[in-house]
Design a protein around this ligand. Sequence first.
Ligand SMILES: Cc1cc2nc3c(=O)[nH]c(=O)nc-3n(C[C@H](O)[C@H](O)[C@H](O)COP(=O)(O)O)c2cc1C
Length: 230
Amino acid sequence: MNSSMISIHEIATSVSEAIETRHSIREYLPDSVPDEILQKVFHKALRTPSWKNSQPWKIHIVSGEKRNQLSKELVKAAYESTPRPETNWPESYPSDAKKRMFDLGMKIYEMAGIERKDKEARNQFMLRNFEFFGAPTAVFITSKFDLNYYVGIDLGCFLQSVLLLAREEGLGTCAQAALSSFPDVVKNSLGLPTEEKVILGLSIGYPKPDSNLNRFHTPRESAEELIRFY
Ligand SMILES: Cc1cc2nc3c(=O)[nH]c(=O)nc-3n(C[C@H](O)[C@H](O)[C@H](O)COP(=O)(O)O)c2cc1C
């Protein structure tokens, strides 16, 4: 199956199609996602495997007025302060990864029509993270577990389940570490206990069809480079 054969606006009918056609969506239609569709996605995702079946996740699905209010509070926090994640954001990367990350940023700005040197426009675009890129629903993945490598793997597996199941419902998604920037704001808004850590968020909704930004597919390193058979 060639990923060019099916678009993000169609429903993926196999795991292969979902993997090949999923990409991050950063412009959405305002149309809300019916509750039963969200329930289908997240209930199925609970089948995700985890270390000794520990299931370190809690999922908070935020739509409507609550979503709008939380978005406002997150944008305000981003204007007034710097990120204060409780998840140890990584600080160093190998040089080849740094290049991929730089290229990603440049390409996204180009697709969004933002001049590389226009710092204000870049900042404004960054703030779109906290508007959930216009998606009608935001999701926060939290955990009460002590964070370690394997909890991270479990949560990553959960995330991928959600991203792929969303494709099966014709939905677009964008995983967002940015949504862990202000955990206190999220906890206050959703009434979560202090010990529940805000690990990651994602935007979910119907992709805007005529969006230049959504047309962008990130490249991958070659299989020859990354996979070795013995
Ligand atoms: C753990 C994780 C955190 C991410 N955080 C953000 C984010 O904060 N903002 C954003 O726009 N994209 C974010 N992304 C999306 C990545 O940039 C994207 O998955 C990557 O560039 C590959 O592109 P693709 O998803 O279109 O295939 C995140 C992805 C993952 C898996």
